[in-house]
Unconditional design. Structure first.
Ligand code: NAD
Length: 452
Protein backbone atom coordinates (compact mmCIF):
# COMPACT_ATOMS: atom_id res chain seq x y z
CA UNK A 1 0.00 0.00 0.00
CA UNK A 2 1.44 3.33 -1.03
CA UNK A 3 0.29 6.86 -1.61
CA UNK A 4 -1.42 7.49 1.73
CA UNK A 5 -1.54 11.19 2.59
CA UNK A 6 0.73 12.37 5.37
CA UNK A 7 -0.92 12.33 8.77
CA UNK A 8 -0.87 14.86 11.57
CA UNK A 9 0.04 13.04 14.73
CA UNK A 10 0.30 13.97 18.39
CA UNK A 11 2.22 11.88 20.89
CA UNK A 12 1.85 12.29 24.64
CA UNK A 13 5.09 11.30 26.39
CA UNK A 14 8.63 11.74 25.11
CA UNK A 15 10.27 8.80 26.88
CA UNK A 16 11.85 5.79 25.18
CA UNK A 17 8.61 4.85 23.44
CA UNK A 18 7.11 8.28 22.69
CA UNK A 19 10.31 9.75 21.35
CA UNK A 20 11.21 6.79 19.16
CA UNK A 21 7.62 6.58 17.87
CA UNK A 22 7.54 10.32 17.14
CA UNK A 23 10.88 10.35 15.35
CA UNK A 24 10.11 7.23 13.30
CA UNK A 25 6.65 8.45 12.28
CA UNK A 26 8.13 11.82 11.26
CA UNK A 27 10.83 10.04 9.26
CA UNK A 28 8.21 8.66 6.85
CA UNK A 29 6.79 12.15 6.22
CA UNK A 30 4.15 12.63 8.90
CA UNK A 31 3.92 15.85 10.89
CA UNK A 32 4.42 14.93 14.52
CA UNK A 33 4.02 16.97 17.69
CA UNK A 34 5.38 15.38 20.87
CA UNK A 35 4.02 16.75 24.11
CA UNK A 36 5.36 16.18 27.61
CA UNK A 37 4.64 17.64 31.05
CA UNK A 38 8.38 17.67 31.80
CA UNK A 39 9.33 21.19 30.67
CA UNK A 40 13.09 20.58 31.04
CA UNK A 41 12.87 17.57 28.78
CA UNK A 42 10.88 19.49 26.17
CA UNK A 43 13.36 22.38 26.28
CA UNK A 44 16.26 19.94 25.90
CA UNK A 45 14.61 18.17 22.96
CA UNK A 46 13.71 21.46 21.30
CA UNK A 47 17.44 22.33 21.38
CA UNK A 48 18.11 19.06 19.56
CA UNK A 49 19.55 17.46 22.67
CA UNK A 50 18.24 13.87 23.12
CA UNK A 51 18.02 13.06 26.85
CA UNK A 52 18.25 9.26 26.50
CA UNK A 53 20.79 6.95 24.89
CA UNK A 54 19.33 4.92 22.05
CA UNK A 55 21.48 4.03 19.04
CA UNK A 56 20.61 6.19 16.00
CA UNK A 57 18.03 8.30 17.82
CA UNK A 58 20.05 11.55 17.94
CA UNK A 59 20.38 11.72 14.17
CA UNK A 60 16.76 10.74 13.56
CA UNK A 61 15.42 13.39 15.95
CA UNK A 62 17.75 16.12 14.67
CA UNK A 63 17.00 15.34 11.02
CA UNK A 64 13.25 15.48 11.50
CA UNK A 65 13.33 18.56 13.73
CA UNK A 66 15.41 20.35 11.09
CA UNK A 67 13.01 19.22 8.37
CA UNK A 68 10.13 20.76 10.35
CA UNK A 69 8.27 17.46 10.73
CA UNK A 70 8.92 16.93 14.44
CA UNK A 71 8.29 19.47 17.20
CA UNK A 72 8.17 19.33 20.99
CA UNK A 73 5.87 21.23 23.30
CA UNK A 74 4.34 21.41 26.76
CA UNK A 75 1.23 23.06 25.30
CA UNK A 76 -1.35 20.28 25.55
CA UNK A 77 -4.15 22.37 24.00
CA UNK A 78 -2.11 23.02 20.85
CA UNK A 79 -1.06 19.36 20.79
CA UNK A 80 -4.67 18.16 20.93
CA UNK A 81 -5.53 20.60 18.14
CA UNK A 82 -2.68 19.26 15.97
CA UNK A 83 -3.17 15.55 15.49
CA UNK A 84 -6.14 13.65 14.12
CA UNK A 85 -4.28 10.72 15.69
CA UNK A 86 -3.43 11.15 19.38
CA UNK A 87 -1.02 8.60 20.84
CA UNK A 88 -0.73 7.96 24.56
CA UNK A 89 2.88 6.88 25.26
CA UNK A 90 3.27 7.87 28.91
CA UNK A 91 4.68 5.68 31.68
CA UNK A 92 2.64 2.98 33.43
CA UNK A 93 4.87 2.07 36.40
CA UNK A 94 3.87 -0.41 39.12
CA UNK A 95 1.88 0.99 42.03
CA UNK A 96 2.49 -0.32 45.58
CA UNK A 97 0.21 -3.31 44.96
CA UNK A 98 2.01 -4.32 41.74
CA UNK A 99 -0.85 -3.14 39.50
CA UNK A 100 -0.13 -0.72 36.64
CA UNK A 101 -0.44 2.86 37.82
CA UNK A 102 -2.71 4.48 35.23
CA UNK A 103 -2.67 8.04 36.58
CA UNK A 104 -0.65 9.41 33.62
CA UNK A 105 -2.83 7.62 31.08
CA UNK A 106 -5.97 9.04 32.74
CA UNK A 107 -4.42 12.53 32.79
CA UNK A 108 -3.82 12.38 29.05
CA UNK A 109 -7.33 11.08 28.32
CA UNK A 110 -8.78 13.90 30.40
CA UNK A 111 -6.59 16.47 28.59
CA UNK A 112 -7.74 15.22 25.19
CA UNK A 113 -11.38 15.41 26.30
CA UNK A 114 -10.84 18.87 27.69
CA UNK A 115 -9.48 20.34 24.47
CA UNK A 116 -10.72 18.36 21.46
CA UNK A 117 -13.10 20.17 19.12
CA UNK A 118 -13.32 17.71 16.21
CA UNK A 119 -12.83 13.96 15.52
CA UNK A 120 -9.84 12.35 17.22
CA UNK A 121 -8.53 8.79 17.21
CA UNK A 122 -6.98 8.17 20.62
CA UNK A 123 -4.45 5.33 20.56
CA UNK A 124 -2.90 3.73 23.62
CA UNK A 125 0.69 2.77 22.95
CA UNK A 126 1.63 2.54 26.62
CA UNK A 127 1.43 -0.97 28.07
CA UNK A 128 -1.91 -0.96 29.88
CA UNK A 129 -4.09 -3.59 31.57
CA UNK A 130 -6.97 -5.13 29.68
CA UNK A 131 -9.95 -2.82 29.94
CA UNK A 132 -7.97 0.43 29.96
CA UNK A 133 -9.34 1.50 26.57
CA UNK A 134 -12.82 1.50 28.15
CA UNK A 135 -11.49 3.73 30.91
CA UNK A 136 -9.83 6.06 28.41
CA UNK A 137 -13.09 6.31 26.51
CA UNK A 138 -15.09 7.03 29.68
CA UNK A 139 -12.59 9.67 30.82
CA UNK A 140 -12.71 11.48 27.49
CA UNK A 141 -16.52 11.25 27.43
CA UNK A 142 -16.74 12.73 30.95
CA UNK A 143 -14.49 15.66 29.98
CA UNK A 144 -16.55 16.30 26.85
CA UNK A 145 -19.79 16.10 28.85
CA UNK A 146 -18.41 18.64 31.30
CA UNK A 147 -17.93 21.01 28.34
CA UNK A 148 -21.33 20.05 26.93
CA UNK A 149 -19.84 19.19 23.53
CA UNK A 150 -19.84 15.90 21.65
CA UNK A 151 -17.32 15.65 18.82
CA UNK A 152 -16.83 12.08 17.63
CA UNK A 153 -13.83 10.05 18.71
CA UNK A 154 -12.53 6.49 18.59
CA UNK A 155 -10.25 4.67 21.00
CA UNK A 156 -7.72 2.06 19.86
CA UNK A 157 -4.96 -0.07 21.34
CA UNK A 158 -1.63 -0.24 19.53
CA UNK A 159 0.88 -1.70 21.98
CA UNK A 160 4.55 -1.14 21.33
CA UNK A 161 7.03 -4.03 21.05
CA UNK A 162 10.29 -2.13 20.49
CA UNK A 163 13.36 -3.17 22.44
CA UNK A 164 15.57 -0.53 24.01
CA UNK A 165 18.95 -0.70 22.28
CA UNK A 166 17.36 -1.67 18.94
CA UNK A 167 14.28 0.54 19.14
CA UNK A 168 14.52 2.27 15.77
CA UNK A 169 15.10 -0.94 13.84
CA UNK A 170 12.21 -2.56 15.72
CA UNK A 171 9.89 0.32 14.92
CA UNK A 172 10.88 0.62 11.27
CA UNK A 173 10.84 -3.14 10.63
CA UNK A 174 8.38 -4.54 13.16
CA UNK A 175 7.76 -8.27 13.54
CA UNK A 176 4.07 -7.33 13.79
CA UNK A 177 1.88 -4.30 14.38
CA UNK A 178 -0.94 -5.12 16.75
CA UNK A 179 -4.03 -2.98 16.19
CA UNK A 180 -6.94 -3.29 18.60
CA UNK A 181 -10.08 -1.53 17.38
CA UNK A 182 -13.84 -1.69 17.56
CA UNK A 183 -14.70 -0.13 14.22
CA UNK A 184 -13.45 0.13 10.64
CA UNK A 185 -12.76 3.88 10.75
CA UNK A 186 -10.14 3.42 13.47
CA UNK A 187 -8.69 0.36 11.72
CA UNK A 188 -8.35 2.28 8.43
CA UNK A 189 -6.50 5.15 10.10
CA UNK A 190 -4.01 2.79 11.69
CA UNK A 191 -3.53 0.70 8.57
CA UNK A 192 -2.78 3.93 6.68
CA UNK A 193 -0.34 5.05 9.35
CA UNK A 194 1.63 1.81 9.26
CA UNK A 195 1.50 1.26 5.48
CA UNK A 196 5.04 2.64 4.95
CA UNK A 197 6.42 0.06 7.43
CA UNK A 198 4.62 -2.80 5.70
CA UNK A 199 6.12 -2.71 2.25
CA UNK A 200 7.49 -6.26 2.11
CA UNK A 201 4.37 -7.78 3.70
CA UNK A 202 1.41 -6.67 5.76
CA UNK A 203 2.45 -6.93 9.37
CA UNK A 204 -0.74 -5.43 10.79
CA UNK A 205 -2.76 -7.78 12.97
CA UNK A 206 -6.14 -6.19 13.50
CA UNK A 207 -8.12 -7.54 16.44
CA UNK A 208 -10.48 -6.54 19.22
CA UNK A 209 -9.17 -4.08 21.78
CA UNK A 210 -8.97 -6.45 24.75
CA UNK A 211 -6.97 -9.03 22.82
CA UNK A 212 -4.56 -6.30 21.69
CA UNK A 213 -4.10 -5.09 25.27
CA UNK A 214 -3.45 -8.64 26.48
CA UNK A 215 -1.06 -9.43 23.59
CA UNK A 216 1.54 -6.98 24.89
CA UNK A 217 1.59 -8.55 28.34
CA UNK A 218 1.53 -12.05 26.89
CA UNK A 219 4.63 -11.33 24.77
CA UNK A 220 6.63 -9.90 27.67
CA UNK A 221 5.55 -12.64 30.06
CA UNK A 222 6.61 -15.38 27.61
CA UNK A 223 10.06 -13.77 27.35
CA UNK A 224 10.38 -13.20 31.08
CA UNK A 225 9.34 -16.83 31.67
CA UNK A 226 12.15 -18.06 29.40
CA UNK A 227 14.70 -16.06 31.37
CA UNK A 228 13.42 -17.20 34.76
CA UNK A 229 13.24 -20.82 33.59
CA UNK A 230 16.89 -20.68 32.51
CA UNK A 231 17.88 -19.02 35.76
CA UNK A 232 16.08 -21.72 37.72
CA UNK A 233 17.92 -24.36 35.68
CA UNK A 234 21.20 -22.52 36.38
CA UNK A 235 20.55 -22.72 40.11
CA UNK A 236 19.90 -26.44 39.81
CA UNK A 237 22.97 -26.77 37.60
CA UNK A 238 25.16 -25.27 40.32
CA UNK A 239 23.85 -27.68 42.90
CA UNK A 240 24.12 -30.84 40.85
CA UNK A 241 27.56 -30.10 39.38
CA UNK A 242 26.54 -29.39 35.76
CA UNK A 243 27.43 -26.56 33.37
CA UNK A 244 24.33 -24.65 32.29
CA UNK A 245 26.10 -23.34 29.17
CA UNK A 246 26.46 -26.88 27.84
CA UNK A 247 22.84 -27.53 28.73
CA UNK A 248 21.77 -24.31 26.97
CA UNK A 249 23.49 -25.11 23.71
CA UNK A 250 22.03 -28.59 23.70
CA UNK A 251 18.42 -27.65 24.45
CA UNK A 252 18.47 -24.68 22.05
CA UNK A 253 19.13 -27.06 19.16
CA UNK A 254 15.55 -28.29 19.52
CA UNK A 255 13.59 -26.01 17.19
CA UNK A 256 10.65 -26.02 19.55
CA UNK A 257 12.90 -24.39 22.16
CA UNK A 258 15.35 -22.39 20.02
CA UNK A 259 18.35 -20.31 21.07
CA UNK A 260 16.66 -16.94 21.56
CA UNK A 261 16.32 -15.63 25.06
CA UNK A 262 17.59 -18.69 26.92
CA UNK A 263 20.69 -17.10 28.42
CA UNK A 264 21.08 -17.60 32.15
CA UNK A 265 22.24 -14.48 33.98
CA UNK A 266 21.78 -12.30 37.02
CA UNK A 267 18.07 -11.62 36.51
CA UNK A 268 16.05 -9.39 34.24
CA UNK A 269 15.44 -5.70 34.88
CA UNK A 270 14.32 -2.75 32.81
CA UNK A 271 11.16 -0.74 32.63
CA UNK A 272 9.00 -3.51 31.18
CA UNK A 273 9.43 -7.16 32.19
CA UNK A 274 9.32 -6.76 35.99
CA UNK A 275 6.39 -4.36 36.04
CA UNK A 276 4.47 -6.19 33.32
CA UNK A 277 4.78 -9.54 35.09
CA UNK A 278 3.45 -7.89 38.26
CA UNK A 279 0.68 -6.02 36.42
CA UNK A 280 -0.66 -9.10 34.63
CA UNK A 281 -0.55 -10.96 37.94
CA UNK A 282 -2.61 -8.18 39.48
CA UNK A 283 -5.13 -8.14 36.60
CA UNK A 284 -5.41 -11.90 36.87
CA UNK A 285 -6.14 -11.75 40.61
CA UNK A 286 -8.67 -8.95 40.10
CA UNK A 287 -10.51 -11.34 37.82
CA UNK A 288 -10.44 -14.14 40.37
CA UNK A 289 -7.65 -16.25 38.90
CA UNK A 290 -4.57 -17.09 40.98
CA UNK A 291 -1.63 -16.95 38.51
CA UNK A 292 0.82 -19.50 39.90
CA UNK A 293 3.29 -19.21 37.05
CA UNK A 294 3.40 -15.39 36.96
CA UNK A 295 4.21 -15.21 40.66
CA UNK A 296 6.98 -17.76 40.16
CA UNK A 297 8.53 -15.80 37.26
CA UNK A 298 8.88 -12.81 39.53
CA UNK A 299 9.97 -14.80 42.59
CA UNK A 300 12.75 -16.56 40.66
CA UNK A 301 13.89 -13.26 39.19
CA UNK A 302 14.07 -11.48 42.54
CA UNK A 303 16.16 -14.33 43.93
CA UNK A 304 18.40 -14.33 40.86
CA UNK A 305 19.14 -10.63 41.21
CA UNK A 306 20.76 -11.46 44.60
CA UNK A 307 23.01 -14.17 43.13
CA UNK A 308 26.03 -11.96 42.42
CA UNK A 309 26.04 -10.56 45.93
CA UNK A 310 25.64 -14.01 47.44
CA UNK A 311 28.53 -15.29 45.35
CA UNK A 312 30.78 -12.53 46.69
CA UNK A 313 29.61 -13.19 50.21
CA UNK A 314 30.31 -16.91 49.85
CA UNK A 315 33.81 -16.11 48.62
CA UNK A 316 34.82 -13.37 51.05
CA UNK A 317 32.61 -13.97 54.09
CA UNK A 318 32.45 -10.48 55.52
CA UNK A 319 32.32 -7.85 52.78
CA UNK A 320 32.81 -4.82 55.04
CA UNK A 321 35.76 -2.76 53.83
CA UNK A 322 36.04 -4.60 50.51
CA UNK A 323 36.04 -2.82 47.17
CA UNK A 324 34.16 -4.43 44.31
CA UNK A 325 34.46 -3.49 40.64
CA UNK A 326 31.20 -3.46 38.67
CA UNK A 327 31.19 -3.66 34.88
CA UNK A 328 27.82 -2.62 33.52
CA UNK A 329 25.09 -0.55 35.17
CA UNK A 330 22.38 -0.43 32.50
CA UNK A 331 19.81 -3.23 32.69
CA UNK A 332 21.09 -4.48 29.33
CA UNK A 333 23.64 -3.37 26.69
CA UNK A 334 23.00 -0.45 24.32
CA UNK A 335 20.85 1.55 26.67
CA UNK A 336 21.40 3.92 29.59
CA UNK A 337 18.22 2.70 31.31
CA UNK A 338 18.80 1.51 34.89
CA UNK A 339 15.19 0.93 35.89
CA UNK A 340 15.12 -2.24 38.09
CA UNK A 341 18.63 -3.12 36.81
CA UNK A 342 20.43 -6.05 38.52
CA UNK A 343 23.39 -3.68 39.06
CA UNK A 344 21.24 -1.73 41.51
CA UNK A 345 20.36 -4.81 43.58
CA UNK A 346 24.05 -5.72 43.69
CA UNK A 347 25.40 -2.27 44.57
CA UNK A 348 22.75 -1.62 47.21
CA UNK A 349 23.46 -4.99 48.85
CA UNK A 350 27.21 -4.28 48.79
CA UNK A 351 26.75 -0.88 50.41
CA UNK A 352 24.49 -2.41 53.02
CA UNK A 353 27.29 -4.90 53.79
CA UNK A 354 29.83 -2.09 54.15
CA UNK A 355 31.64 -2.58 50.81
CA UNK A 356 32.58 0.10 48.26
CA UNK A 357 31.95 0.02 44.52
CA UNK A 358 33.99 1.14 41.54
CA UNK A 359 31.70 1.05 38.50
CA UNK A 360 31.91 1.60 34.76
CA UNK A 361 29.25 1.56 32.06
CA UNK A 362 29.71 2.88 28.51
CA UNK A 363 26.44 4.88 28.67
CA UNK A 364 24.80 4.71 32.08
CA UNK A 365 27.23 6.39 34.50
CA UNK A 366 25.30 9.66 34.12
CA UNK A 367 22.09 7.84 35.01
CA UNK A 368 23.82 6.22 38.03
CA UNK A 369 24.96 9.67 39.18
CA UNK A 370 21.41 10.96 38.82
CA UNK A 371 20.02 8.05 40.86
CA UNK A 372 22.66 7.77 43.61
CA UNK A 373 24.27 11.23 43.69
CA UNK A 374 27.73 11.63 45.14
CA UNK A 375 28.55 9.03 47.75
CA UNK A 376 31.85 8.00 49.25
CA UNK A 377 31.27 4.29 48.59
CA UNK A 378 30.63 4.72 44.84
CA UNK A 379 33.30 5.69 42.31
CA UNK A 380 31.90 6.12 38.80
CA UNK A 381 34.88 5.47 36.55
CA UNK A 382 35.73 6.64 33.04
CA UNK A 383 36.96 3.29 31.77
CA UNK A 384 36.54 -0.42 32.37
CA UNK A 385 40.14 -0.79 33.52
CA UNK A 386 39.83 2.12 35.91
CA UNK A 387 36.85 0.37 37.54
CA UNK A 388 39.04 -2.70 38.11
CA UNK A 389 41.82 -0.79 39.86
CA UNK A 390 42.63 -2.22 43.31
CA UNK A 391 39.35 -4.10 43.60
CA UNK A 392 38.96 -7.31 45.59
CA UNK A 393 36.69 -8.75 42.88
CA UNK A 394 35.28 -7.71 39.53
CA UNK A 395 31.65 -8.42 38.66
CA UNK A 396 30.31 -8.38 35.11
CA UNK A 397 26.67 -7.33 35.37
CA UNK A 398 25.84 -6.14 31.82
CA UNK A 399 27.23 -7.89 28.74
CA UNK A 400 28.37 -4.81 26.77
CA UNK A 401 30.65 -5.82 23.87
CA UNK A 402 33.51 -3.83 25.34
CA UNK A 403 33.72 -6.24 28.30
CA UNK A 404 34.00 -9.37 26.20
CA UNK A 405 37.73 -9.55 25.52
CA UNK A 406 39.61 -7.52 28.11
CA UNK A 407 43.35 -7.70 28.54
CA UNK A 408 43.34 -10.26 31.35
CA UNK A 409 47.07 -9.79 32.08
CA UNK A 410 46.55 -6.11 32.69
CA UNK A 411 43.41 -6.80 34.70
CA UNK A 412 45.28 -9.16 36.99
CA UNK A 413 47.95 -6.56 37.61
CA UNK A 414 45.38 -3.86 38.35
CA UNK A 415 43.11 -5.86 40.66
CA UNK A 416 43.99 -6.34 44.33
CA UNK A 417 42.74 -9.94 44.05
CA UNK A 418 42.10 -11.84 40.79
CA UNK A 419 38.46 -12.76 41.43
CA UNK A 420 35.90 -12.49 38.63
CA UNK A 421 32.16 -13.01 39.02
CA UNK A 422 30.71 -13.31 35.54
CA UNK A 423 27.01 -12.51 35.82
CA UNK A 424 26.43 -13.09 32.10
CA UNK A 425 28.66 -16.09 31.38
CA UNK A 426 30.67 -14.18 28.77
CA UNK A 427 34.05 -15.70 29.68
CA UNK A 428 35.54 -19.18 29.35
CA UNK A 429 35.94 -20.52 32.88
CA UNK A 430 38.87 -22.81 32.06
CA UNK A 431 40.78 -20.03 30.30
CA UNK A 432 40.35 -17.63 33.19
CA UNK A 433 41.39 -20.25 35.71
CA UNK A 434 44.51 -21.02 33.67
CA UNK A 435 45.23 -17.28 33.67
CA UNK A 436 45.21 -17.40 37.46
CA UNK A 437 41.76 -15.99 38.18
CA UNK A 438 39.21 -17.35 40.58
CA UNK A 439 36.19 -17.51 38.28
CA UNK A 440 32.52 -17.76 39.16
CA UNK A 441 29.82 -17.89 36.51
CA UNK A 442 26.08 -18.49 36.65
CA UNK A 443 25.21 -22.17 36.83
CA UNK A 444 28.67 -23.34 35.82
CA UNK A 445 29.27 -25.64 38.70
CA UNK A 446 32.79 -26.78 37.96
CA UNK A 447 34.70 -24.89 40.61
CA UNK A 448 31.73 -22.96 41.96
CA UNK A 449 31.17 -23.52 45.64
CA UNK A 450 27.56 -24.23 46.55
CA UNK A 451 25.73 -20.91 46.93
CA UNK A 452 24.81 -19.91 50.47
N1 NAD B 1 10.81 1.38 27.37
C1 NAD B 1 10.50 0.34 26.62
O1 NAD B 1 11.36 -0.40 26.16
C2 NAD B 1 9.06 0.04 26.28
C3 NAD B 1 8.76 -0.85 25.26
C4 NAD B 1 7.43 -1.12 24.95
C5 NAD B 1 6.42 -0.51 25.70
N2 NAD B 1 6.74 0.33 26.71
C6 NAD B 1 5.63 0.98 27.45
O2 NAD B 1 5.49 2.30 26.94
C7 NAD B 1 5.11 3.20 27.99
C8 NAD B 1 6.12 4.32 28.09
O3 NAD B 1 7.37 3.77 28.47
P1 NAD B 1 8.72 4.63 28.42
O4 NAD B 1 9.82 3.71 28.77
O5 NAD B 1 8.75 5.41 27.15
O6 NAD B 1 8.41 5.65 29.64
P2 NAD B 1 9.30 6.87 30.12
O7 NAD B 1 9.16 6.90 31.59
O8 NAD B 1 10.65 6.83 29.49
O9 NAD B 1 8.55 8.15 29.51
C9 NAD B 1 7.27 8.55 29.86
C10 NAD B 1 7.13 10.04 29.56
O10 NAD B 1 5.76 10.43 29.69
C11 NAD B 1 5.72 11.74 30.23
N3 NAD B 1 4.39 12.05 30.76
C12 NAD B 1 3.82 11.65 31.92
N4 NAD B 1 2.58 12.18 32.04
C13 NAD B 1 2.35 12.92 30.93
C14 NAD B 1 1.26 13.70 30.46
N5 NAD B 1 0.13 13.83 31.18
N6 NAD B 1 1.38 14.35 29.27
C15 NAD B 1 2.52 14.23 28.55
N7 NAD B 1 3.59 13.50 28.94
C16 NAD B 1 3.51 12.86 30.12
C17 NAD B 1 6.84 11.71 31.27
O11 NAD B 1 7.23 13.03 31.63
C18 NAD B 1 7.93 10.94 30.50
O12 NAD B 1 8.76 11.81 29.77
C19 NAD B 1 5.00 2.32 29.24
O13 NAD B 1 3.67 1.91 29.39
C20 NAD B 1 5.89 1.14 28.92
O14 NAD B 1 5.49 -0.02 29.62
C21 NAD B 1 8.02 0.63 27.01
Amino acid sequence: MNGWPLLRITIFGTGYVGLVTGACLAETGNHVVCVDIDADRVAQLSRGDVPIYEPGLDALVTGNVNAGRLTFTTDAEAAVAHGRLQFIAVGTPSDESGAADLQYVRQVADTIGRYMTEYRLVITKSTVPVGTADEVRATIRAALDARDVSPEFDVASNPEFLKEGAAIEDFMKPDRVVIGVDNERAADHLRALYAPYNRSRDRCMVMDIRSAELTKYAANIMLAAKVSMMNELAQISDRVGADIERVRTAIGADHRIGYHFIYPGCGFGGSCFPKDVRALGSTSKQHGYEPALLDAIEGVNMRQKRVLFERLQAHFGDLAGRTIGVWGLAFKPNTDDMREAPSRTLMEALWEAGASVRAFDPEATGEARRIYGDRADLALCDSALDAARDVDALVVVTEWHIFRSPDFDELKTLMAQPVIVDGRNIYEPDYLRREGFTYYGIGRAAGNPAPV
